[in-house]
Write a protein that binds this ligand. Structure first.
Ligand code: FMN
Ligand code: ATP
Length: 315
């Protein structure tokens, strides 16, 4: 897959692009609804002998439009999104740098410059896709704005439990710790990436060494507590149990939240390595214990609960 970064004004010569069937959207998470849209663009490309494309935006429009002071967090930061879209077998990914000027394009200007001028012959978007200033362009206005230069298909609402599957809903599930329910919406368990850093080196002395995963800031972190997780190290996936929290048993002051994984059947030095944590089942809240013995006894129970969880899903 070729990744092409676009700016405003447009910085590419259309003559270098093949005729395209293009899916349009932000696609945070590349969830099951998004996958339908993207795979429809691929199918239409095959039928119409076009190349397949996806257009996404970066950063999230809310950064520019709401001028939110709070930094945005993603289900899939750009790099992760690129990987997943590549796995869906798409030829071209266009990443449009989302700025105020770009957001101010009128719907017709967006279509002229970022669809027609990119040699797009077929557009695919979901039923609620909107484009142009204030999102005034919709799937109802698209036939008019297309100037009959491209055809298009609209993907109907993909639901789960009678509700639309959306990035907003998935972010809420993550923030509520409902990680076990995510495969139905996302099509996979939620994953975060980070580098393994140094903790207080206490873990080993209490019999539970942990990999301290310094999760990249762009990811949404599930709420404080203990989880059954899988962790990817190098080529392999391992089961484990993870604590997200401030270790109140030891720390008086809340410093930075830590993500610590006790990896089962594992004894390697992985400091400095990039790992992926896959969030399965929430097990319990983080607690302040009156002593190390109580903490250790609880971690042992957590480990047994996680082992039991994995035994059940592997059946
Ligand atoms: C499965 C698991 C559950 C944990 N639960 C708690 C907890 O409830 N309260 C707490 O203060 N620390 C908890 N911890 C954190 C331990 O206190 C921590 O791993 C230990 O102090 C080692 O820290 P270090 O890696 O910074 O040396 C938990 C750790 C693991 C692996
Ligand atoms: N559940 C769904 N069913 C069908 N199409 C969808 C669904 N969710 C999103 N789409 C389509 O996928 C593209 C990307 O959508 P977008 O990035 O706005 O996702 P979203 O999940 O609706 O996000 P948000 O929660 O931020 O509204 C759009 O064309 C949109 O219409």
């Amino acid at each position: 897959m070729e990744v092409i970064k676009l700016n405003f004004p447009l910085n590419i010569d259309k003559s270098v692009l093949p005729p395209l069937s293009m899916a349009l959207g932000y696609f945070d998470g590349v969830h099951r609804g998004h996958q339908k849209v993207i795979l429809e663009a691929k199918k239409q490309a095959e039928q119409k002998r076009l190349h397949s494309g996806v257009m996404t935006f970066d950063p999230h429009p809310s950064v520019v439009l709401r001028k939110s002071e709070k930094r945005v967090q993603y289900i899939t930061p750009l790099e992760a999104k690129i990987k997943i879209i590549e796995e869906l077998g798409i030829d071209y990914l266009f990443v449009v740098h989302f700025t105020t000027d770009f957001a101010n394009l009128l719907p017709q200007e967006f279509i002229d410059q970022y669809v027609i001028d990119l040699n797009v012959k077929h557009v695919v978007a979901g039923f609620d896709f909107s484009y142009g200033r204030m999102g005034k362009g919709t799937m109802e206005t698209l036939p008019f704005h297309s100037r009959e230069i491209f055809t298009f298909s609209v993907v109907e609402k993909f639901t789960c439990g009678n509700e639309k599957v959306s990035s907003t809903r998935i972010r809420q599930y993550i923030s509520d710790g409902r990680t076990a329910e995510l495969p139905d919406l996302l099509g996979r368990f939620y994953r975060t990436e980070g580098i393994v850093g140094h903790g207080d080196k206490r873990g080993r002395t209490i019999g539970f060494p942990t990999a301290n995963v310094e999760t990249k800031d762009e990811y949404i972190l599930p709420p404080l507590g203990v989880y059954a997780v899988k962790i990817n190290v190098g080529e392999n996936w391992y089961d484990g149990v993870c604590n997200v929290g401030y270790k109140p048993t030891f720390n008086k002051e809340a410093l930075r939240v830590s993500v610590e994984v006790n990896v089962f059947n594992f004894d390697q030095d992985i400091y400095g390595e990039l790992v992926t944590v896959e969030w399965h089942q929430y097990l319990r809240k983080e607690q302040k214990f009156s002593g190390i013995d109580e903490l250790v006894a609880q971690i042992e129970r957590d480990k047994q609960n996680a082992i039991q969880y994995f035994n059940n899903i592997d059946k």
